[in-house]
Design a protein around this ligand. Structure first.
Ligand code: PMP
Length: 368
């Protein structure tokens, strides 16, 4: 498709071209169904097959056992900021929160409205450019409560571009992870988690569905007086079908996970592609350190969101505008960090990152 740009949006974000083509082919009439995915009942056999395959694909890609439920919910990750404490934080308990960026901060603010919380780490003083030790040298330490109901962290901070390379050690406390902007970028050891949630609109599909992987025994803690939709057990018991689920978003998620399994070859392969792509850009930052200043400390740089600043606001605006003229869009950084943010999720092709790399080298040469 000739006029498709390289879209570096932080989300909703680029999707695999083959997924879009398949969706286009099937949009008017799904094979054997005679109608569009947008028109059929969520109780129909055709849709049941889609949601079951979407779940089976996720279980296969991530090695999720029967101890865990896989849920397809609405309300975005922002609803999970509230639902997680509503379900997992008992009245006599306290939950630990790590604040490594804007999203972790918001998650904590919402949880504090529900129950007792403790902030066990906050990198605000350095504008969230680092993670705690051992993930980041001199990152400072966490102050964990061994009795906490859970420890919540944000595995990839979309705005700042800092990412955990492994799960934090919790001393037996259930680990809860907001994986929104990295989900499916590499394999995970699911058994280390109590709960993982991710809105789909970065790596897993379009906006409209949020995937929650939750250990069933933890979900049993939920207060039975919670509103029906707000209780994880409603969705566990009904296979995410108590009310009408976001059928189109789940269909696209199924196509994306089909793509990961059959075209990419699984999450190991996805991870090496992602590492290769990110290295191209970080090498430019390191080789042009007079011109480009990376936001994240080198030992916790995100493979998904590459954040950096230029010598001035004028140059940043010029960079963004010239990139656009060269077919690369959505590169402006979030206002709290400034500069440029290149989101290079799973579906961003290597060629897109190479184009940006070449542009960055050239731009530094001409403007440095
Ligand atoms: N957490 C993270 C890490 C995010 O990147 C986002 C979205 N940018 C959210 C939470 C909020 O997601 P939603 O807009 O789906 O509520």
């Amino acid at each position: 498709v000739e006029d498709r740009v390289y879209n570096f949006s932080a989300g909703p974000a680029v999707l695999p071209l083959s997924v879009l083509e398949r969706a286009r082919e099937e949009l008017l009439c799904m094979p054997g169904v005679g109608a569009s995915i947008l028109e059929i009942s969520h109780r129909s056999k055709a849709f049941l097959e889609i949601i079951e395959t979407a779940e089976a694909n996720l279980r296969k890609l991530l090695g999720i056992s029967d101890d865990y439920a896989v849920l397809f919910l609405q309300g975005g990750s922002r609803l999970q900021f509230s639902m997680v404490p509503m379900n997992l934080l008992g009245a006599d308990q306290s939950a630990d929160y790590m604040v490594t960026g804007s999203w972790g901060k918001k998650a904590l603010e919402e949880a504090a409205k529900v129950g007792k919380t403790r902030k066990v780490y906050d990198a605000k003083e350095t504008n969230y450019d680092r993670l705690p030790e051992p993930f980041c040298a001199d990152g400072g330490t966490m102050d964990l409560d061994p009795q906490a109901a859970y420890l919540h962290y944000t595995s990839n901070e979309t705005i700042q571009g800092v990412q955990f390379s492994a799960e934090p050690e919790t001393q037996g406390v259930p680990l809860v992870c907001d994986a929104s902007s990295e989900f499916l970028y590499k394999p995970l050891d699911i058994d280390k988690y109590g709960l993982i949630y991710a809105c789909a609109q970065k790596n897993a599909g379009p906006a409209g569905v949020t995937i929650v992987v939750v250990r069933k025994d933890l979900a049993e803690r939920a207060d039975p007086n919670l509103g029906v939709y707000l209780n994880f057990n409603t969705h566990i018991a009904s296979g995410s079908m108590d009310n009408t689920p976001p059928t189109f978003a789940i269909y696209i998620n199924k196509l994306v996970t089909d793509w990961l399994l059959s075209e990419v070859g699984g999450l190991e392969a996805m991870h090496s592609r992602n590492a290769e792509k990110a290295k191209l850009l970080y090498d430019v930052l390191d080789q042009n350190a007079e011109f480009y200043q990376g936001h994240a400390r080198p030992d916790c740089r995100s493979l998904m969101n590459v954040t950096f600043r230029l010598p001035s606001d004028e140059l940043t605006t010029k960079f963004d505008a010239e990139a656009k003229q060269n077919g690369m869009t959505d590169l402006k950084g979030h206002r709290s960090v400034g500069g440029i943010r290149a989101s290079i999720y799973n579906a961003m092709p290597l060629a897109g990152v190479e184009t940006l790399r070449d542009f960055m080298v050239d731009f530094a040469k001409k403007n440095g």
